[in-house]
Design a protein around this ligand. Structure first.
Ligand SMILES: NC(=O)c1ccc[n+]([C@@H]2O[C@H](COP(=O)([O-])OP(=O)(O)OC[C@H]3O[C@@H](n4cnc5c(N)ncnc54)[C@H](O)[C@@H]3O)[C@@H](O)[C@H]2O)c1
Length: 412
């Protein structure tokens, strides 16, 4: 038998830079010039600073000079933070999620006081939801662009807002991203299962709590790895949908008693203290939602003995002696591994940018509003041009005149 004699090069420090893959944003680049030169305020970003965010932040900076970046603590890649700081960006990394609320408000107020130049914010999680009245007192504050459902709900619950809050959280394009989040969640869970528990997904009794966009995507991903997937959603109709998609909906406490893995996908506190005794001995809890809201952690910590097993696993021992494991301190597990990558990121960044452009040009209404279909059409067309050579070659296709072209097919 002949063995390969290939000599693979060692890693050099030059190759340890931020990866290029996933960081190229051709669609976003094509849209940058759509911001009119007169509407180019400063920006402040409260965002996930993963390695893939560096190119986005640099692109935004060329149009809306970035006053500061507040990095969400659980998704702040030290390498990306360092890279941005080296490039001259002011990057703040709060210690905790609670600190992120106060730090975000403080950073925005400081930026507003430091200069009379207009300022807008792009954020991911409603970190300014309770500060809108204070921000409205600055005439040169233009408004907020929100990315996530969790943030959207926070703005909704604290409405009305005297500033424009343009949310893309519920846009059909965001739903495209949501449909692949489950794969990212599963990738990270599977890595932890293999590395920390010497376990695999196949045959694992799994509970997905919440059968919305993220829950469905997670359930589909788990099923694809031959896990046994059961569902619980507080909304009866969602249990019905789960049933006809081949999952097993069941009452929460029965589900917890039977499940080795519990993935919270609701964006709410879905597992409360009253539910804790029903967790199966040895169950693993992971969150796919936002911040650390999914499990009633402060109640669990008060009632249980907590031991740190590794950087990702904490073991909780209940008063009744039963144990469960919590991954990533209850923060969304997929951020351990860069969450989503590739061309879909370009689409998300495009919609965020176009929303920022609308806020910059004062075209977004005061109060919470959703990004309109015209924005999604513009973004989708830019994305198709940048990422599909076939469509790029077919410039006479009806897709480019959508939605006007719909009329071509209207019954006579
Ligand atoms: N991990 C990530 O990268 C990522 C990406 C996008 C969104 N998110 C977050 O995921 C969360 C869910 O977002 P979504 O878009 O799927 O929302 P969604 O509204 O589509 O789905 C949420 C589902 O949870 C159900 N639900 C609510 N409270 C519940 C409870 N107490 N018990 C059981 N079910 C309950 C709802 O009925 C709904 O079906 C949000 O916090 C969102 O911000 C995370």
């Amino acid at each position: 038998m002949q063995f390969s004699t290939t000599r693979f090069p060692e890693i050099t420090s030059a190759s340890q830079t931020v990866p290029k893959f996933g960081a190229e944003l051709p669609a976003l680049t094509s849209l940058l010039s759509t911001a009119t030169p007169t509407d180019r305020p400063r920006s402040l970003l409260i965002t996930h600073v993963l390695d893939t965010a560096v190119a986005y932040i640099e692109a935004v900076n060329t149009i809306f000079p970035v006053a500061s970046v507040v990095a969400i603590p659980y998704s702040a890649s030290p390498r990306a933070v360092e890279t941005l700081r080296t490039k001259g960006f002011n990057v703040v990394v709060p210690a905790t999620i609670a600190d992120t609320f106060t730090e975000s408000e403080d950073q925005v107020i400081s930026a507003l006081k430091a200069s009379q130049q207009p300022l807008l914010v792009q954020e991911v999680g409603g970190y300014l939801a309770k500060a809108s009245a204070r921000l409205a007192s600055f005439a040169h504050f233009l408004g907020v662009v929100e990315d996530t459902n969790n943030g959207h709900w926070l703005y909704e619950n604290t409405s009305p807002h005297p500033i424009p809050v343009l949310s893309m959280a519920q846009s059909p394009l965001k739903a495209v991203e949501d449909s692949i989040i489950g794969d990212a969640v599963l990738f990270s869970i599977e890595r932890v299962l293999r590395e920390e528990f010497a376990a695999i997904c196949q045959g694992l009794r799994s509970a997905v709590i919440g059968f919305g966009k993220i829950g469905r995507s997670t359930a589909v991903a788990l099923k694809g790895r031959e896990a046994v997937v059961s569902i619980y959603d507080i909304n009866p109709a969602k249990n019905m949908s789960a049933k006809v998609e081949g999952f097993f909906p069941m009452p929460l406490h029965q589900l917890l008693q039977e499940s080795d893995l519990v993935v919270g996908c609701t964006g709410q506190t879905s597992i409360r203290l009253v539910d804790m005794p029903f967790l199966k001995d040895g169950a693993i809890l992971a969150s796919a939602s936002s911040k650390a809201v999914e499990f009633a952690l402060s109640d669990f910590e008060r009632e249980c003995r907590v031991e740190k097993f590794s950087d990702v696993v904490w073991r909780f021992t209940q008063p009744n002696g039963k144990r469960f494991y919590l991954l990533s301190k209850g923060t969304p597990i997929n951020f351990r591994d860069g969450s989503i990558l590739g061309t879909i990121l370009d689409m998300i960044y495009c919609e965020l940018f176009v929303c920022m452009r609308e806020v910059a040009a004062k075209r977004a209404p005061v109060g919470l509003s959703k990004s309109p279909p015209a924005i999604q059409d513009e973004v989708a067309k830019a994305w198709l041009k940048a990422h599909s050579e076939d469509f790029l070659k077919a410039l006479d296709d009806k897709v480019w005149d959508y939605p006007e072209s719909l009329k071509l097919g209207a019954p006579k």
